[in-house]
Design a protein around this ligand. Structure first.
Ligand code: ADP
Length: 446
């Protein structure tokens, strides 16, 4: 059993985990950097420990600082949230070596699926369709060229350790491939400390559809349905919804089965997401996220399952409490990511003091956010300051509800992307569910 848990994260996800712990009667200890000192959510935990200065390398990414905090606080588990150390196999290993349960899969599984090229091999081995491309890392310009010519342009050069939509380069011909290959490697080295890249066919107009899975330590895995995350700006998710308005039922069923099969084949336990691209009636595996995701509440709203509580229960060794047949997603959920960024300045980050904050509410509305009037958004971290979600019986009602909620939302002092969400929610293509990963970039270029 877990009695006391350390949250190795910040902001809205730290608050989300504090809330789950409170309902499970588990004591929570939250760490924070000097930039987050004074944030109101810290008071909601049982204890808060400062782990260092603002730069994440010296705080939220510092394994020694976090492990020291865990030892001082005498916790029996660590929840990594998403981002930061959430998919760091070494961190999971260090936690367990210190007799602290890591809320997530085993380090070997994280290593295996965290490397995108290796995850693709695992999917291929499990008989799951993958996007055509190199069979693993591509180590030279010559190999890159050979593979690109074999699969045909355009191709995508991807960092094996990439994430958050970064570490990707499109190449349309031999010349842009040669340049892109070197740039991608250099960028990957700077951003992820790993210059390894692989190549795959660039699908021109896909949807991004992902399956939420849950697995226990006894080897059982279930899937909780899909989320459509095709509304993206530069390969970063902006809006997510479930179920997907753009895939037929037989694809939904096959994708769900493929996700479970892959998870079982790598001994996955905990919560995870298996991501696919869908184009021309076919789906292709792209990657596994071995952690909780930002958009997990979409699935919480459609299934009624609290994914954070499930993660903690599963980490403590409890078996899945339900069978696949008992999962019956209902209604429709939409999530808008609220970012502190300036739509008029190409979505540049807009940190600073929030002077006014009026949060929407009413039937079917959920806001997961740690900010309020008087809080300061530090410039050091990701610009997401919260998530606005709605649930309704049908997609049409969910859209109407989201428009209403967005109109209620007022954040002043800093710039946010709320106006962009209002625009998308009133777009005819979005309304009809006819959108792909190109939709938003095209909307913004008009
Ligand atoms: P990250 O881990 O950085 O989020 P992903 O592999 O999940 O990277 O890809 C993020 C997004 O990039 C996808 O949702 C999709 O829009 C785009 N993408 C990734 N691979 C391809 C591909 N082969 N063809 C077209 N788009 C792709």
């Amino acid at each position: 059993m877990i009695h006391r848990l350390l949250i190795a994260n910040r902001g809205e996800i730290a608050l989300r985990i504090i809330r789950a712990c409170r309902e499970l009667d588990i004591e929570s200890v939250v760490v924070y950097s000097q930039a987050d000192a004074g944030s109101a959510y810290l008071d909601l935990a049982d204890e808060a420990i400062c782990i260092g200065p603002a730069p994440s390398a010296q705080s939220y990414l510092s394994i020694p600082s976090i492990i020291s905090a865990a030892e001082i606080a005498n916790v029996d588990a660590v929840h990594p949230g998403y981002g930061f150390l959430a998919e760091n196999a070494h961190f999971a290993e260090v936690c367990r070596a210190n007799n602290i349960e890591f809320v997530g899969p085993d380090e070997d599984t994280i290593r295996r699926v965290g490397d995108k090229a290796e995850a693709k091999s695992a999917a291929r081995a499990a008989g799951i369709p993958v996007v055509e491309g190199s069979d693993g890392p591509v180590d030279s310009d010559e190999d890159a060229l050979e593979i690109a010519r074999a699969i045909g342009y355009p191709v995508l050069i991807k960092a094996v350790s990439g994430g958050g939509g970064r570490g990707m380069r499109i190449a349309h011909n031999d010349i842009s491939l040669a340049a892109g290959y070197q740039t991608a490697r250099a960028e990957a080295e700077t951003a992820f400390g790993d210059s390894t890249v692989y190549i795959e066919k660039y699908l021109e107009d896909p949807r991004h559809v992902e399956i939420q899975i849950l697995g226990d330590k006894q080897g059982n895995v279930i899937q909780l349905g899909e989320r459509d995350c095709s509304v993206q700006r530069r390969h970063q998710k902006v809006i997510e919804e479930g179920p997907s308005p753009g895939i037929p039922n037989d694809v939904r069923t096959k994708m769900g089965r493929a996700a479970v099969k892959l998870a079982k084949s790598v001994g996955y336990h905990g919560a995870g997401t298996v991501e696919f691209l869908y184009e021309n009636k076919k789906f292709y595996f792209i990657e596994v996220n071995a952690r909780i995701q930002v958009e997990h509440p979409v699935t919480e709203l459609t299934t009624g399952i609290d994914l954070i509580k499930e993660q903690i229960r599963l980490a403590s060794g409890e078996p899945l409490g339900r069978k696949q047949q008992q999962v019956k997603p209902k209604g429709h959920a939409i999530e808008c990511r609220i970012n502190a960024e300036d739509p008029d300045r190409n979505f540049a980050p807009s940190p600073g003091l929030i002077t006014q904050c009026v949060v929407p509410g009413g039937p079917g509305v959920r806001v997961d956010s740690h900010v309020y009037a008087g809080s300061r958004v530090p410039p050091n971290y990701d610009s997401m300051i919260g998530k606005l979600l709605v649930w309704a019986d049908t997609r049409a009602e969910a859209i109407t509800r989201m428009r209403r909620a967005l109109d209620e939302y007022k954040i002043e002092g800093i710039k946010t992307n709320i106006s962009l969400h209002r625009r998308i929610l009133r777009n005819a293509y979005f309304e009809r569910g006819e959108y792909t990963t190109r939709f938003l970039d095209e909307l913004l270029s008009t």
